[in-house]
Write a protein that binds this ligand. Structure first.
Ligand code: BMA
Length: 316
């Protein structure tokens, strides 16, 4: 692992990127923004793969140590099915995986790129080979969604990021509830994008799924700063109350990770770090992120240090 940089909570894996399209067993334009989970003792990444039409599908890669020797499915693991699910016409993107102990299943929230814009779809799996789609659960525009692993006060809960057509009003993180994973309501905005000069002004979105810690649900989110030469995607943290996740206990004022390495600064979309998954290995957190919409990278963090840091941030 990399020499620890004492100012950074996240340490980049020195041999990043861990996966690129040159590792892929079939022809594709790019691999990025992967969900992550520990499945049968291995780390499984469900990567977004963009083909040469510009459409995305999802493909699984598995590794014993979560770093090297990835076994990549030889063909797409989960393909868009526009004949049955018309909202998947322009592809499926940016999955987030949550293990639902109560059901003994993995839930995957993903973006379906419909003719009406991106929306949130949900699928369940036990094996990452076959998937049971529950279909769209949020209408467009909505993305950056993940489920909580447990019911909250008797209901399933999901974080997501709807965008108002009047984009002047910004894009914020919302929470919604469901009795059955299919019908969603009780919608509340919980983390607003800031305004003006902030790194996370106007547009934010959830990254990896909420992670349960003693101090609360740990959230990592991206903030998008618009500049004269394009957008910069950086990451911040927040902590939600364990029993009542509508309550934001803490939120970092400063971004804690942003594009610095050349593979994050230059690619199909410059200046993007975009995690969709993290895996806890002992006290370490392995965070998997798409870099510049072009490759898959790894950074590690000490979970206690992250929580300690976020607890020092202003109360919200
Ligand atoms: C967001 C998402 C991500 C992408 C990012 C940068 O809106 O679509 O998939 O990585 O833009 O292009």
């Amino acid at each position: 692992m990399e020499q620890k940089n004492e100012f950074e909570l996240f340490q980049r894996y020195p041999k990043n990127p861990i996966l690129t399209v040159s590792d892929w067993p079939y022809r594709a334009n790019s691999v990025f923004n992967a969900a992550a989970a520990e499945v049968d003792g291995k780390v499984l990444l469900l990567a977004r793969v963009e083909d040469y039409r510009g459409f995305s599908h999802l493909t699984a890669a598995r590794s014993d140590d979560g770093i090297t020797n990835w076994q990549i499915d030889s063909k797409p693991t989960m393909k868009p099915e526009p004949e049955k699910y018309p909202e998947e016409i322009w592809g499926i993107e940016d999955p987030r995986i949550t293990w639902i102990e109560d059901m003994g299943k993995w839930a995957i929230c993903y973006t379906a790129f419909s003719q009406g814009g991106p929306l949130v779809s949900l699928a369940l799996t036990t094996n990452f080979k076959t998937f049971r789609r529950l279909g769209p659960v949020m209408p467009p525009d909505d993305k950056d969604a993940a489920l909580f692993p447990v019911k909250i006060n008797g209901l399933w809960a999901m974080l997501h990021r709807p965008v108002s057509r009047s984009s002047m009003l910004g894009a914020h993180i919302w929470i919604s509830f469901s009795p059955n994973l299919k019908h969603w309501g009780d919608h509340h905005e919980i983390i607003p994008a800031r305004q003006g000069g902030w790194w996370d002004a106007n547009k934010i979105g959830l990254c990896s799924p909420p992670l349960e810690t003693k101090a609360g649900w740990l959230i990592v989110y991206h903030g998008v700063k618009t500049t004269a030469s394009g957008s910069i995607y950086r990451l911040g943290l927040a902590l939600l109350d364990l029993e009542n996740p509508l309550k934001v206990i803490r939120r970092t004022d400063e971004w804690i990770f942003g594009p610095q390495a050349h593979y994050e600064r230059e690619g199909d979309v410059d200046d993007v770090v975009f995690p969709c998954g993290w895996v806890k290995k002992n006290d370490k957190l392995f965070i998997y992120y798409g870099a510049a919409d072009s490759s898959l990278c790894l950074a590690t963090a000490d979970l206690d240090e992250l929580v300690e840091y976020v607890l020092k941030c202003p109360a919200k």
